[in-house]
Design a binder for this molecule. Sequence first.
Ligand code: GTB
Length: 208
Amino acid sequence: MSPYTITYFAVRGRCGATRIMLSDQDQQWKEIVVTFDEWMKGDLKKTCVFGQLPKFEDGDLTLFQSNAVLRHLGRKHGAYGKSVCEASRIDMMADGVEDLRVKYLKMIYQDYDNGKEAYIKDLPNHLCYFEAVLAKNESGFLVGDSISFADYSLFEVLLNHQVLSPKCLDSFPSLKKFVETLSARPKIKAFLNSDAYKKLPINGNGKQ
Ligand code: GTB
């Protein structure tokens, strides 16, 4: 039986990259879906270390913070580099992805109607950094020659951005290739084609 359980709302949201990573690593997991009404009762919130979901369980270990979950899975499944230096560079890239994710979420949840156009216009100024890193690494991954949790996180953020602005990767050949390559990995491809993935909205407010 799988040791993994995700407790979260019925969205991709902060669990999108985790689910893609678990799929690609050939892992099973259980989902506990929390409705808005259940959450508003407040009992579950009180038990969450930062008062928020997702909650991730690996047997007796309970984690909060989606990036801590990705790092945990990276350590367990060999997706955290092959040396201390690679691991540190993976952390750096993952933090860069988090900066972009936070900008995106701020626009989606706080400024969609007024800010979407300006966000899309400014997007190349953020994507260019990831393009430069990928263009320099022949492996097609962010760091080293194997996939890391930072790659899953970047991949998932880029998928969301392609929904927001379908042409946003057109002037970034390495990013485009990165998305194509990861989308074609058999287990990721199967997951992205699954009902479990397709039925969930990207964000909790229906904006995308
Ligand atoms: N840094 C944390 C992480 O990475 O895990 C951020 C977690 C977070 O923002 N959690 C949000 C939450 O628990 C849900 S993700 N919010 C409830 C609260 O703070 O009380 C965003 C989100 C918003 C709304 C819905 N929804 O309505 O279904 C789903 C997800």
